[in-house]
Write a protein that binds this ligand. Structure first.
Ligand SMILES: Nc1ncnc2c1ncn2[C@@H]1O[C@H](COP(=O)(O)OP(=O)(O)OP(=O)(O)O)[C@@H](O)[C@H]1O
Length: 262
C-alpha cells in the first residue's frame, strides 16, 4: 500500500520500502560555547539523502544527531514521526546504524569485526524481547561462517576475506567491511560519514556501487555526509546543504545542485 509521505514523496507504508523520514525542528547544537548548528529545520524524506557542504559546515554534527550520538542543545529530531528521545538509544542505533569515518575497525580478523556487529544486534534483540543471549544466541550466531560470508557478499567481498586481518586491508576494503558490520544490525537506515574520502577512484566506485545496491535491492535508506558535489549527484535523491552551521537549502538533488555536471 502506498501513500503520499506528505512531502511530495511517494512511499510504501510498510516493510522495507517505508520512507525512513527524519525531521529536524529548530535544531541548534552548541559545542565549546559555539553554535555549530544554528536553528536548522529540515526534512530528510528517506531514500538517499546527502548532507552536503564545505568543511566545518556541521555535516558530521547533523549526522550524529540522527542516532543520538549527539543531542541537540535546542529543538527536536524526529524519526518516522517520533521524537528520538522517546526511542531507546540502543534500539535506535540498531535501526539507524552509523558507519563511522575510517579507520574504525578493530585490529583483528574481518570475521571478528563482523561478530562485533552481530553481538550488538543480539544485545538489541535481548533488550527488545527479554530473551537470554546464550550459547545458542550471540556466540552461535557469531560462529556462523555462512552468516558472516553473507554479510561480506552484500558488500561485494568473498568469504576468503573472513580470515584476513582488518588493519591490513586496503582502505576501500576496510570501508566495505565497516558497511558489512553495520549491516549485521539489519538496519533501516545507514548513516555514512564521508564514506569515500580516503579512497582512490576504483575503491570509491566499488563503495558507491555497494551503497546503490543496498538502497535498490534491500530498501535501506542512506544518509550520507559528503562535500563532493559529483558524488552527491551520483548517489542521492535529496540534499540538505549546510554552511557554517546554517541551513542553506533542502530539496531534491536537481533543485539544490542544479549546476552539477555543468
Ligand atoms: N567536540 C567538539 N567540540 C568543539 N567543537 C566541535 C566539536 N566537534 C565539532 N566541532 C566544531 O563544529 C563545527 C562543525 O563540525 P563538523 O565536524 O560537524 O563539520 P563538518 O561539516 O562535518 O566538517 P568536515 O567536512 O571538515 O568533517 C566545526 O567548526 C568543528 O570544529
Amino acid at each position: 500500500m502506498f501513500h503520499d509521505a506528505g512531502n511530495g514523496q511517494i512511499g510504501a507504508t510498510d516493510g522495507r520500502a517505508r520512507p525512513r523520514r527524519f525531521e529536524l525542528r529548530e535544531v541548534s547544537v552548541e559545542r565549546a560555547g559555539r553554535l555549530v548548528l544554528d536553528d536548522v529545520s529540515a526534512t530528510l524524506p528517506g531514500g538517499s539523502v546527502a548532507v552536503f557542504g564545505p568543511s566545518g559546515a556541521g555535516k558530521s554534527t547533523l549526522l550524529r544527531l540522527l542516532n543520538r550520538l549527539l543531542e541537540p542543545s535546542r529543538g527536536a529530531v524526529l524519526y518516522e514521526g517520533r521524537d528520538l528521545r522517546e526511542i531507546d538509544p540502543l534500539e535506535l542505533r540498531r535501526r539507524v546504524a552509523l558507519v563511522p569515518q575510517l579507520p574504525a575497525l578493530e585490529p583483528a580478523t574481518v570475521a571478528d569485526n563482523l561478530r562485533l556487529g552481530q553481538r550488538f544486534a543480539a544485545v538489541g534483540r535481548w533488550l527488545r524481547w527479554g530473551r537470554q543471549v546464550g550459547a545458542t544466541g550471540a556466540d552461535a550466531a557469531g560462529a556462523d561462517r555462512d552468516a558472516l560470508a553473507k554479510l561480506l557478499a552484500s558488500v561485494g567481498l568473498g568469504p576468503e576475506y573472513l580470515a584476513r586481518q582488518a588493519e591490513r586491508l586496503s582502505v576501500g576494503e576496510q570501508q566495505r567491511v565497516m558497511i558489512a558490520r553495520a549491516l549485521a544490525l539489519d538496519p533501516e537506515v545507514l548513516l555514512l560519514d564521508e564514506p569515500t574520502a580516503a579512497l582512490d577512484a576504483d575503491s570509491r566506485r566499488q563503495v558507491e556501487q555497494t551503497l546503490t545496491r543496498l538502497r535498490r535491492e534491500r530498501g535501506i535508506a542512506l544518509v550520507l555526509v559528503s562535500h563532493d558535489r559529483q558524488q552527491v549527484a551520483r548517489l542521492c535523491e535529496w540534499v540538505v546543504e549546510l554552511d557554517r552551521g546554517k541551513l542553506v537549502a533542502a530539496g531534491s538533488c536537481s533543485e539544490v545542485l542544479g549546476r552539477v555536471g555543468g
